[in-house]
Design a protein around this ligand. Sequence first.
Ligand SMILES: CC(C)(COP(=O)(O)OP(=O)(O)OC[C@H]1O[C@@H](n2cnc3c(N)ncnc32)[C@H](O)[C@@H]1OP(=O)(O)O)[C@@H](O)C(=O)NCCC(=O)NCCS
Length: 224
Amino acid sequence: MKYLEWDTKFFGRPSYLIEGREDILTIDSIGKSFITAKVDMGDVDFIFDLQKKGFVFIDVEVSLKFHIKYSEIINYCRNIDCVVKSVKVNTGLPYLELGSAFHLTRFHMDPNIASGKANELWISYLRNFLPNENRKMYVTYLGEKAVGVILSTRQEGIAVISFMAVLPEYRGKGIGSQLIAYVVRDNNYEVITGTQSRNIPALNFYINNGFRIYKTKAVLHRWR
Ligand SMILES: CC(C)(COP(=O)(O)OP(=O)(O)OC[C@H]1O[C@@H](n2cnc3c(N)ncnc32)[C@H](O)[C@@H]1OP(=O)(O)O)[C@@H](O)C(=O)NCCC(=O)NCCS
């Protein structure tokens, strides 16, 4: 079982991630804790065994991979004068508003986590993201106002989009598509991302922007 340091600090109790079937054997020896399991949807025996150990079903995590290999991918925002900047020092963004853009993450779906606390998690994630050569932050500005952000981390030759949000009043204007295009272009089209199956607008947004689903996993949580 993998110990999750950040989650332990944030939730105030030891947090772990199940890494394989053999971890089930050690679960009973763990006391008060928060444990996450992500299991292939087809592995119904494993899902059943986890439920017997007190795990509850939260949602399905959908992984998507960029698949269109053509060169002209930049979409520009529609009917607004926006500028995208690669941000080197993470400061002065509307962290509260951008971090509160989600309502359907696995933390929001878990009845053990208050929705304010789930927002706090993403606000803190955004605020503490430190851009560097492999960790990129693009922000869309309308004048001085930051209205959209995308975060990506490059690991083993592929970029993972870990966060993207556009302020609600600026959605549907091409801002999100343009941010995706920047990350895709920067990473030679090798980009993956993920979202929850309940987030239908985000799923269709990614598919319309050249992504295809390649993996789905059941997400289960156990609080003890
Ligand atoms: C997903 C998200 C980043 C998309 O950003 P966006 O700037 O609205 O994206 P775009 O305008 O490029 O495309 C949105 C599509 O949604 C549709 N749309 C239209 N009006 C919309 C509105 N008011 N709000 C959202 N989507 C709208 C459009 O069909 C548009 O497609 P089109 O280009 O074919 O017209 C944004 O909706 C968001 O921040 N959502 C909450 C956070 C989230 O779910 N993040 C991603 C999951 S991890």
